[in-house]
Design a protein around this ligand. Structure first.
Ligand code: FAD
Length: 485
């Protein structure tokens, strides 16, 4: 294998083929453990090419040596998709150095970027040009656009702008043979056969290495406002969504819901970031320190003035108050308050991480089925695992909930995960699927849900996916053991 490493060094340079000095080498090991600390691998090397041409050469060399390639962007994925296996035989291909914004076409509302650009930098480059790239995730300071496209990331503005797929106009990618496919178009309409771009989006590094992307931009809204709202029941929360869709129409960008327990976790572990919630909860608490069952963040933007957006949002909230859908609402009156409100939502995953391991889900169901999903899942879980705690929050407006299950008080989280993960998953996924839903609305399959996908997808779906993989990557070189059942 030294021959392979030497050849890789000749392509990308000595400094960009990292090999472990020892097992605790932090620069090396951060590429081998996932964000949640659940998966640990051991790669032969981390290779960091600087151009599409170098990626192509690296892939050709790996193909010749039959070394599996695990693409990696910001390494914020939550399903173990970018972690190498433990064999020491796989190459981690980090796109980190390919991080340039190549061009912004203001008239065409598009931009071209390299795959390793951080999402926050893509957003900033659009903003600098007076435009908006609306993909927005809590991990945007660390995740890359290549990773976002490979996982078809969602985030908080899907309601208005769609997922990463809807925001991508074209791609350049390196195939499993080391060829460069140029599909880097900036067109809204292009009916020329099979859509290879859409095949690569969401393929989690198993069909090709995304090296550049052409992205769809939007005019920057003139105004932006968020409100934090308290509801008593999930039915009221959904009725509020229906009302907000009608009254706010295209101004409604996000509708995020948080149950009381994840807010309590955030207050416990990240109190600084949960200031806005504290204020809201206190305002709501009257004599006692109680919290609403559901807190909702409504995000809006408009091409019109702040005053007119504020009037629109106030009208929606006063209709909701009159209809008895909400108990309390506050509209952010400054950028600081706006950021504080969003910090509350975005800090939940960090608070969960401090709290410990949980059985995590990112299910999706039609929004109309959310009350049925919650009622059935909560009942079935408390029957099977009395005292288990549910951490539920997420993109309610998209029918996508993080529905995480924590061990009962006094039971070790790791032990609960090891012993009961499969049974918990079966309960949660059976109910989601019976309601027309999905086992993953957002994070993808990776290693975590590969077997589950196999059990649920059916022979025909699995057969078609295998046929595509076989056609594009017959050697099974790209991200082996991921996604495909
Ligand atoms: P990585 O983690 O590096 O890789 C993810 C997968 O894509 C792997 O399978 C990898 O092999 C493959 N890959 C990476 N780059 C390429 C490439 N150039 N070509 C081909 N394959 C590639 N996700 C959401 O969808 N919505 C959210 O709201 C959200 N919030 C999050 C909040 C936090 C705090 C964290 C930690 C994660 C969150 N995520 C969310 C998950 C994660 O940020 C996304 O999946 C993101 O798109 C991953 O991007 P990345 O660059 O980190 O990819």
């Amino acid at each position: 294998m030294n021959t392979l490493l030497d050849a890789l060094r000749a392509v990308v340079g000595q400094a960009h083929v990292l090999v472990p000095r020892d097992a605790s080498d932090p620069e090396f090991s951060r590429h081998q453990t996932d964000w949640r600390g659940r998966y640990h691998g051991w790669a032969m090397a981390i290779v960091r090419p600087a151009s599409t041409g170098e990626v192509a050469e690296v892939i050709k060399l790996c193909a010749a040596h039959r070394a599996g390639v695990v693409p990696q962007g910001g390494h914020t994925g939550l399903v173990g998709g970018g972690v190498p296996d433990a064999s020491g035989q796989q190459i981690v291909l980090s796109l980190q150095r390919m991080n340039k914004v190549l061009s912004v076409d203001v008239a065409n509302l598009s931009m071209t970027v390299e795959a390793g650009c951080l999402l926050a930098e893509v957003q900033q480059a659009a903003d600098d040009a007076g435009l908006l790239f609306p993909l927005s995730l809590a991990s945007e300071g660390s995740c890359t656009i290549g990773g976002n496209l490979a996982t078809n990331a969602g985030g908080t503005h899907v309601l208005r702008y769609g997922t990463a797929r809807e925001l991508c106009l074209g791609l350049e990618a390196v195939t499993a043979q080391g060829d460069i496919w140029n599909g880097l178009k900036s067109l809204r309409k292009d009916n020329t056969g099979y859509d290879l771009r859409d095949l690569l989006i969401g393929s989690e590094g198993t069909l090709g290495i995304i090296t550049r992307a052409s992205l769809r931009l939007y005019p920057k809204p003139a105004s932006r406002l968020s409100a934090l709202v308290a509801c008593d029941t999930i039915e009221q929360t959904l009725a509020l969504l229906t009302l907000a869709r009608r009254t706010l129409d295209a101004s409604l960008c996000g509708f995020e819901a948080m149950q009381a327990y994840p807010i309590a976790l955030t207050l416990r572990h990240k109190p600084e970031q949960a200031k806005a919630a504290r204020a809201l909860l206190r305002a709501n608490a009257s004599a006692q320190d109680i919290s609403p069952e559901w807190s909702v963040l409504i995000d809006t933007s408009s091409p019109h003035s702040q005053a007119s957006l504020q009037a629109q949002l106030e009208d929606t909230l006063s209709q909701a108050l009159q209809a008895g859908l909400i108990q309390q609402a506050s509209i952010a009156q400054s950028d600081t308050q706006y950021r504080e409100m969003w910090a509350l939502r975005e800090t939940i995953p960090l608070a969960e991480k401090v709290e410990g391991q949980m059985v995590k889900h990112d299910i999706g169901v039609p929004t109309s089925c959310i009350p049925a999903f919650l009622a059935q899942a909560e009942q079935a879980l408390s029957k099977a695992f009395p005292g288990c705690r549910i951490v539920c929050f997420g993109h309610l407006g998209d029918g996508n909930l993080h529905f995480n299950v924590q061990s009962p008080v006094g039971i070790d989280d790791q032990a609960f995960l090891l012993q009961h993960e499969h049974a918990v998953n079966t309960i949660v996924y059976d109910i989601a699927v019976s309601l027309g839903g999905t086992i993953s609305a957002e994070h993808g399959i990776g290693q975590l849900k590969r077997e589950e996908l196999g059990r649920r997808q059916g022979q025909i779906g699995t057969g078609l996916m295998r046929a595509i993989k076989q056609a594009l990557d017959p050697q099974g070189l790209l991200n082996p053991g991921r996604l495909l059942p």
